[in-house]
Design a protein around this ligand. Structure first.
Ligand code: WTA
Length: 634
């Protein structure tokens, strides 16, 4: 492929010359070749760029697959690399974090300030009895204290488990219990879409019967009234005034393979999986991907518009940009509050250089028309990014033209909670094809294969697999090694490949086109939800005997949830009841899981072995032919 700079020719976009010239990865073909030839050498050279208390003995220990280890024997600390390293160099007084609240409040932190605040936070956690290896659950929105709390845990070696603040009390309870967190950190409330989200209240309900939670630390955000239980609940700002909250806290020397965090994500069964990420490899993995994919430099103002409660927020709000000494921008609220120009206004005002978001957000803003972004000067933007689902051509074009002024390459990054960081992704110097996440990152060996593990022909669909270990990979599922092996490593056990759970195609240029999940996982507005989770929420209501949930295409959200329910005898499928069921799911799981539609049916299509045939339901919902029914029970 050869073409001119900055042009979209047919279906290929060629990056502008100055972007290529200044890219951290100028010669991506050469880098890809070198990393493929010497995988360990590539990652070792990257690891050298960070601070280690002790160097590793071995880059990759693959003696016990699939339990790979990276940088074994190495000792480091992520918070130390995110903060102390910069405090000791010329970044000390530069902005680490710019934050804007939905209510227009602004807060900024230099690297030194963030270091100080994180140390205070860490000392408070220690005073509450948190020790290395303890789990701490965070139920917080996008506020600076979330960043500090995560870094504070990393600093003292506690394992954070952040639960997205859109999850309900039930989902929170399950995650607090599973992780056995002695401490929960939350806010009084958060702002979203002009109203207050009562976070502390949800924590109270979630842990009412959870005996082992000893302390709840409450950050004051809105000033709304909350119940404080004597002995258990503490205001953060009160403890921060006490002598225990000193401004210095030594960073724990963590083994490269010590656990850094747990993050729950949806799978095929009702019970969410706790993905385990460790310290050294994860640090090197996310910093390296960010360095080359978003060309991140200390002079950049980077905005990853995800929520810190998802992996994107962990890797590319909290840890990644700080490791590279950039300035992070973080926004608390809804993109359309009070008007649909909120994002564009902030990009102009703060002069942000990179915007990384999800196709669902692009589509959601596109809906309001270009007049909103056109009111603002967005020329500070140099690069754009996309994550969470394939980006459809219309959204890509709008993002490219209206937001990127046809000059910003769009980094379409394919990855997962499990992978820790970008896996299939362009770098800015690469020609792009709208809708394709392009090629595997340096050192990543990905392929599309059939059931027998053979590479499929160009443009044929198959399983997306990763053939070699990478440093940021999940190490296991918390307390569930069997499920870890079964979920990711059993399909291609002989070959030792990682099964991503997505289907994909590869074209004749070797570009990857990710199609979607092959398992029963839905992608609703960029969030992963298991059909089984929604189904168990439905059947936990007295009126529901059985439920089946499918995703149907939705213009903005990617998938909308349609639920089919068989009602318990004595109940009737009235509008009131279906409304009640929708609210019930929101209560059990969270508002993101609300079905768009609940339909009462007499029976559900099942295979003879009792598996629900979702494809039949999907065809029905879409008014399409149902196809082959030979395996159906009746
Ligand atoms: C999907 C989010 C197409 C995919 C970081 C994957 C994508 C799941 C892309 C992981 C992309 C993510 N193109 N599909 N660029 N990025 N996905 O764990 O199905 O929340 O398996 O991680 O999102 O979702 P998760």
């Amino acid at each position: 492929m050869a073409g001119q700079n900055g042009d979209l020719q047919g279906d290929v976009f060629y990056p502008p010359e100055d972007i290529v010239k200044n890219a951290n990865a100028r010669d991506w073909e050469q880098m890809q070749k070198e990393a493929a030839e010497d995988l360990e050498g590539f990652w070792e050279a990257e690891a050298e760029k960070y601070h280690w208390f002790d160097k590793w003995d071995q880059v990759l220990d693959d003696s016990n697959p699939p339990f790979y280890k990276w940088f074994t024997g190495g000792k480091t600390n992520l918070a130390y690399n995110c903060l102390d390293v910069h405090v000791q160099n010329s970044n000390r007084n530069k902005l680490a974090l710019i934050w804007e609240g939905e209510n227009d409040e602004q807060r900024t932190f230099s690297y030194y300030a963030l270091y100080r605040e994180t140390c205070k936070f860490a000392n408070i956690l220690k005073a509450l009895g948190v020790e290395k290896g303890d789990r701490v659950t965070l139920y917080m929105g996008p506020v600076p204290e979330t960043v500090m709390a995560m870094l504070a845990c990393a600093r003292i070696g506690a394992i954070h488990s952040v639960v997205f603040a859109g999850f309900s009390k039930e989902a929170l309870r399950e995650r607090v219990e599973d992780s056995q967190s002695k401490v929960v950190i939350t806010q009084d409330a958060g702002y979203r879409n002009g109203s207050e989200v009562p976070l502390k209240q949800t924590v109270d309900k979630a842990i009412r019967h959870v005996g082992f939670v000893e302390n709840v630390l409450v950050v004051q955000r809105t000033g709304s009234e909350v119940h404080m239980e004597q002995g258990r609940d503490h205001w953060y700002h009160e403890l921060a005034e006490m002598p225990i909250a000193s401004r210095d806290c030594e960073a724990e020397e963590m083994d490269a393979e010590d656990m850094l965090y747990l993050l729950y994500t949806s799978g095929t069964t009702g019970k969410p999986k706790a993905i385990v990420h460790t310290t050294g490899g994860y640090m090197v993995g996310i910093a390296t991907t960010l360095r080359y994919v978003f060309d991140l430099k200390p002079s950049d103002r980077f905005w990853c518009a995800a929520d810190p409660g998802w992996v994107t927020g962990h890797s590319y709000i909290v840890y990644g940009p700080l490791l590279l000494g950039a300035t992070n921008f973080m926004y608390e609220g809804a993109p359309t509050y009070p008007y649909p120009n909120r994002w564009w206004k902030m990009i102009e005002y703060y002069g942000l250089n990179i915007l990384y978001t999800a196709p669902t957000a692009v589509r959601g803003l596109m809906k309001f028309g270009r007049a909103w972004p056109d009111r603002h000067n967005l020329s500070s933007l140099r690069l754009l990014g996309s994550v969470g689902e394939p980006i459809n051509p219309e959204a890509w074009k709008w993002y490219h033209e209206v937001i990127g002024y046809e000059q910003c390459p769009i980094m379409d990054t394919w990855w997962q909670t499990e992978t820790g960081g970008f896996m299939i992704t362009p770098v800015p110097s690469m020609p792009l094809k709208p809708g394709s996440a392009t090629k595997p990152f340096f050192g990543v060996e990905a392929d599309v294969v059939n059931d027998d593990g053979e590479s499929v022909d160009p443009d044929e669909e198959g399983y997306l697999v990763i053939k070699k270990p990478w440093p940021g990979m999940l190490r296991t599922l918390y307390k569930d090694e069997e499920r870890f092996k079964e979920t990711y490593w059993s399909k291609f056990e002989d070959q030792g490949w990682y099964l991503a759970g997505d289907s994909a195609k590869k074209d004749e240029d070797g570009y990857f086109w990710v199609i979607g999940r092959i398992d029963d996982v839905l992608n609703v507005a960029g969030h992963r939800l298991g059909t089984a989770e929604v189904e168990s929420a439905l059947v936990s209501h007295d009126a529901v005997a059985e439920a089946a949930v499918i995703g149907v295409p939705d213009d903005v959200k990617g998938n909308a949830i349609h639920a089919y329910v068989i009602l318990t005898v004595g109940y009737e499928g009235t509008e009131d009841l279906t409304d009640e069921l929708v609210e019930h799911v929101a209560d059990e799981l969270g508002p993101i899981a609300k079905p768009a539609n609940v339909e009462a049916v007499d029976s559900l299509p099942k295979t003879r072995s009792g598996k629900i045939m979702r494809r039949v339901l999907r065809a029905k919902a879409m008014g399409e032919e149902v196809g082959d029914l030979s395996t159906m029970a009746d």
